[in-house]
Design a binder for this molecule. Structure first.
Ligand code: GLY
Length: 365
């Protein structure tokens, strides 16, 4: 068992990573739940995992209730939030109780937000079942839903009390989803850890082929990196946590153009976005071209898009830049870009003129 602590004072919690952990989740949750029942929120895609989790809770004498939500991004909505909160209230959930979010980022974000506002905050436990949720969204307490005006525009910081990661659940995850999650794994190497990037170059193929040891190592390493960054900047105020947005400004524009649909998964957009951030950094003399080429080569070797052309998005540069202009991270008309001086040397640059980015995108097509 690997345990990573997210050190946030009185909001501190553990992230436990261990193959087969789902079947023992009850033992891990019991100290939090005591004699109270536990409500599990999940979608139908993870029905088998829910059965395993319920059995593990029953085995330690904890009663369970379940709330099912529809699979997919559409569940991060006011309507589903209302339904989940009403269901939690009807089940008599109290402030000291713990609701379990079992699933990918959609369920984690939704349940995190529902429990943030339920009786002004009750406990929740993340049991992420996608690689992307395991290495990113389940850790750090960003929760929320989408609004008509854009993704994740309504939400709260609300830390889970425990995160349980079972790498074996990835056995049944479609390879495309594993690849998309892997983009977020590699991102930690690109941000500030060149040795981990080199590890990914050497071990990525094994990880994607299902090698359990490689998977567990990558998840534990990524979670430790995320925990460090979140502990340094829980509320994204000093620039440290913003580093996690590497690839997201370019990527968000591509996702927006693809309508936030299965045409381009979030992780695929992050891969293409990181490729573009490095290519732009190289094109503007910030980073050596060989470094940008290494990034693109890793994406290609992993079956991920390495830039604009491979993303399949056909939009004009002007249109992509228009999406960037509406990025929620912008302030005072400036969009902060995560750029790089090299692999593991990402930094926040607030001086990038969007016209320059538009010219670059014209060459990147
Ligand atoms: N997913 C980015 C963050 O947690 O800050």
């Amino acid at each position: 068992m690997t345990t990573v602590s997210v050190a946030l004072g009185e909001r501190s919690y553990d992230v436990r990573i261990e193959p087969g952990l789902l079947a023992r989740a009850g033992e891990a949750i019991a100290p939090l739940a005591g004699t109270r029942p536990v409500v599990i929120v999940a979608d139908a895609n993870v029905a088998a995992h829910r059965a395993t989790l319920e059995a593990s809770l029953r085995a330690v004498g904890i009663a369970t209730h379940a709330i099912e939500v529809a699979p997919g991004e559409a569940s991060k909505s006011w309507a589903t939030l209302e339904r989940v909160v009403d269901a939690l209230l009807a089940l008599g959930v109290e402030r000291g109780d713990h609701v379990v979010a079992l699933g990918g980022g959609v369920v984690g974000d939704l349940v995190g937000f529902a429990t943030a506002i339920m009786k002004r905050g009750c406990g929740f436990v993340q049991v992420p079942t996608t690689l992307l949720a395991q290495v990113d969204s389940s850790v750090g307490g960003k929760t929320g839903i989408n609004a008509r005006a854009g993704k994740n525009l309504v939400g709260a910081f609300h830390q889970p009390r425990l995160v349980l990661i079972d790498p074996d659940v990835l056995d049944t995850l479609p390879l495309r989803q594993v690849r998309a999650g892997y983009a977020e794994v590699v991102k930690y190497g690109l941000i500030d850890d060149p040795a981990f990037f080199a590890w990914c170059e050497a071990n990525g193929a094994a990880l994607l082929a299902g090698d359990g040891a490689a998977r567990t190592h990558a998840i534990a390493h990524a979670v430790a990196a995320k925990a460090r960054i979140v502990a340094a900047d829980e509320f994204e105020t000093n620039g440290t946590r913003a580093l996690l947005n590497l690839g997201h400004t370019f990527g968000h524009a591509l996702e927006a153009e693809a309508g936030f649909s299965d045409r381009l998964l979030h992780g695929e957009a992050v891969a293409a976005g990181c490729g573009l951030a490095f290519a732009y950094s190289a094109a503007t003399g910030r980073c050596a071209p060989e470094e940008a080429a290494r990034v693109a080569a890793l994406w290609r070797a992993s079956g991920l898009p390495d830039g604009l052309a491979a993303s399949g998005v056909q939009a004009t540069p002007a249109r992509l830049v228009e999406h960037m202009r509406h990025d929620k991270k912008g302030s005072g008309g400036r969009i902060p870009f995560l750029l790089a001086h090299g692999i593991g040397r990402t930094y926040l640059d607030r001086t990038v003129p969007l016209e320059d980015v538009e010219r670059f995108l014209a060459t990147a097509r």
